[in-house]
Write a protein that binds this ligand. Structure first.
Ligand code: ME8
Length: 665
């Protein structure tokens, strides 16, 4: 692992307010930065705003403001959100910073002097909203091939960066270094494009008569710089005037040499070409080192639909954070979707992860352990005694995690990292059940009880350390509640990751309840904060799992069946892979359901409550051994379980992810 770590996010346009997509990239970068800081590495985490160009000029005009005044106001939306999300960026660059403007002009002059920029008359098609030129071949029926809006024919003089010269060099570099563009599928896309199409030169100016809001071209004051040329340079210019002080690197060029190249440029897939082709070619032309990696993550949709202002379905991270806290949001976005793939946000999915993984698995584990240490050992962690098999299993999982985390984070596999970390959380919960501390207490086996609680306390200390990059406040709360007097800002990961760091005698503190369950999804009463207040007032039954399960008395008056009879019904987990309405029926939908071993066609009478789009991807319960039947002429090879009451109908699903084919009993 390098001792210097430089990570960037895109600089976001100030034409709009930040949403979940912006937060996603920034949270990912923050996680990496925090992780490296835990190793004592010199870290530079850069984010900022892209303030020039037509989009911003137009947004300002719509508000009757000057572009700069508009940008000054919008920038705070980003800064405030980053604060709320506990983002620890070392710097915030604005492309209107005078230092940045000077670097852009210096680099333009350099390229011009080296003969890498030429003036030409451009005749062709232009998409104003996208600020992009297209060739005759590229446009589709008079429309922009990217956004589908009409293009205009223009003829004007401009300056071009001779990017076409770098086509073979680009291919060679991307082929030679498989880590340069990640994930692999995106790398192949870029290579495919570079190998099959002639790379054009890049128009890097706009005549002032058409666009005034930009950085003036130093060798021709009639023009301003194309917004992308200006924006990409931020990654380099920031190293000169915004980077953290580094030993022996005081003047701007020494600072640039120290910090450049970046270790990761994190970007959304929408802007991979500008980074992997334009930016790489610009650096090649300038004779500067290339970044170590450009990582393109996927796109967030909401409940299967593209997010847009006009649809009014944009997720505002502020709202989620206000209701459930920054850490839950940070955890959700990184855990829910493999970094690199597209993802979908739904409140239901958020609540499910919150309640199962955060409230049940983690929050409950902490409260149970604290309560038991208080009840059985007056609040001080006892010393461990002789080790048993289940203790060793916990230790082994914990011992393997630092390497696992290092591997996953260097591959930016955030979801895998959290998934693997949760094996320790789950194992610790199972360990509680297996060792039944309440029985040990009843039987006065205090030595063993002490050992069990020590092992659990130590697991929680390590879980705190391992989640710190993703959930910094939760990590600190866990340590504070355990009675550990250290701050994450002062600790070293390697020293803390070894088993045995919890000192016997450490006294637990009354902490806040981590992640109180969300009882009513959606409404403000359902917010976790509201729950926390309720739970503080009322008595929370944290030890409910410590009592033997209550067996309900046989229900009088019902037709009772034996377990053998119930076992005849083969219930299976199924995943809906396709859904459509049955023609001429408003009630029936035809589903294709993956039940592990095969895909079944199931016709269900749920069409009045669910449209096909609501059902796609849902995990459901299927009666797999029902005789096939025909409903309105369509064969149904099974039945889907749903509850109904009056007009209300709900399909039975699972509280956590289950594999298709798993038996339901
Ligand atoms: O493109 N899902 O700025 P921008 C995932 N200024 N990520 C998303 C997203 C979504 N639905 N929507 C946005 C620009 N993003 C330029 C960048 S860099 C030199 C200049 C994230 O405000 C994602 O990181 O349109 C995407 O690349 C970025 O926001 C685009 O932000």
């Amino acid at each position: 692992m390098p001792d210097k770590f430089y990570v960037t996010t895109p600089i976001y346009y100030v034409n709009d307010v930040p949403h979940i997509g912006h937060a996603y990239t920034t949270i990912a970068a923050d996680t990496l930065a925090r992780y490296h800081r835990l190793f004592g590495h010199a870290v530079f985490f850069l984010t900022g705003t892209d303030e020039h160009g037509q989009k911003v000029e137009k947004a300002a005009l719509d508000r009757s403001l000057s572009p700069k005044a508009h940008a000054d106001g919008m920038v705070d939306n980003f800064k405030r959100l980053w604060k709320k999300l506990d983002i620890t960026n070392d710097a915030f660059i604005r492309t209107t910073d005078s230092e940045h403007v000077a670097v852009v002009q210096e680099l333009l002059q350099q390229l011009y002097d080296k003969g890498q920029i030429e003036r030409r008359t451009y005749n062709g098609w232009y998409c104003t909203p996208d600020e992009r030129f297209w060739t005759e071949k590229e446009i589709v029926e008079g429309k922009c091939p990217d956004c589908g809006r009409p293009v205009e024919q223009i003829s004007e003089d401009n300056y071009f960066f001779l990017m076409s010269r770098y086509q073979s060099q680009l291919i060679a570099h991307i082929e030679k270094d498989p880590g340069y563009i990640r994930p692999e599928s995106r790398r192949n896309e870029v290579l495919g494009f570079l190998k099959t199409q002639a790379l054009g030169d890049l128009c890097i100016t706009r005549p002032k008569s058409r666009l005034a809001w930009g950085i003036e071209i130093p060798f021709d004051r009639q023009f301003v710089t194309y917004v992308w040329f200006d924006a990409l340079v931020n990654y380099l210019s920031a190293t000169r005037y915004l980077s953290p002080p580094a030993e022996g690197a005081s003047d701007p060029s020494a600072r640039q040499r120290f910090w450049w190249p970046a270790d990761h440029h994190l970007v959304g897939k929408d802007i991979l070409t500008t980074h992997s082709v334009y930016w790489t070619a610009m650096l090649m032309a300038l004779g500067l080192p290339l970044p170590r990696n450009i990582f393109a993550h996927g796109w967030w949709t909401r409940e299967g639909r593209k997010m847009s202002k006009s649809l009014g379905n944009v997720i505002d991270p502020n709202e989620v954070v206000d209701a459930y806290g920054a850490d839950a949001f940070r955890y959700f976005v990184l855990r829910e979707v493999t970094f690199g793939l597209d993802g979908d946000y739904s409140h239901e999915a958020f609540v499910t992860r919150f309640n199962t993984e955060l409230a049940n698995d983690l929050g409950n584990l902490l409260s149970r352990v604290l309560t038991m240490v208080r009840n059985y050992f007056s609040g001080a962690f006892p010393a461990p005694s002789s080790e048993q098999q289940s203790d060793r299993e916990l230790r082994d999982i914990a011992a393997g995690l630092p390497r696992m985390i290092a591997g996953h984070l260097s591959a930016l596999a955030f979801s895998r990292y959290l998934q693997d970390l949760w094996t320790l959380v789950s194992r610790a919960n199972r360990y509680v059940e297996e060792n039944a501390p309440w029985t040990l207490a009843k039987n006065k086996e205090m030595d063993r009880l002490g050992s069990v609680l020590y092992h659990l306390g130590e697991c929680l200390r390590l879980i705190g350390l391992f989640i710190a990059p993703v959930m910094p406040a939760t990590a600190q709360t866990i340590w504070d509640s355990l009675g550990i007097e250290k701050k994450f800002a002062d600790v070293h990961f390697t020293a803390e990751a070894a088993w045995g760091g919890l000192q016997p005698g450490t006294t637990v503190r009354s902490g806040v309840q981590l992640f109180p369950r969300i009882e009513k999804p959606g409404g403000s009463q359902g917010s976790s904060r509201a729950n926390a207040d309720k739970q503080k007032k009322g008595k929370v039954n944290m030890e409910k799992t410590e009592t033997a399960a209550q067996i309900p008395p046989a229900a009088a008056g019902m037709d009772l069946i034996g377990i053998d009879e119930f076992a005849k019904v083969d219930l299976r987990v199924g995943k809906i892979t396709a859904a459509e309405r049955v023609e001429k029926s408003d009630k029936l939908v035809r589903l294709q359901v993956d039940i592990g071993t095969e895909t079944r066609q199931v016709v269900a009478g749920i069409g009045k409550s669910y449209g096909p789009e609501d059902l796609m991807g849902k995990t459901v319960v299927i009666v797999a051994n029902l005789k096939p039947a025909k409903l309105m002429g369509v064969e149904s090879q099974g039945m889907l379980l749903a509850a109904s009451s009056g007009d209300a109908l709900a399909v039975a699903t699972f509280e956590r992810e289950m594999k298709p084919g798993a038996k339901v009993k």
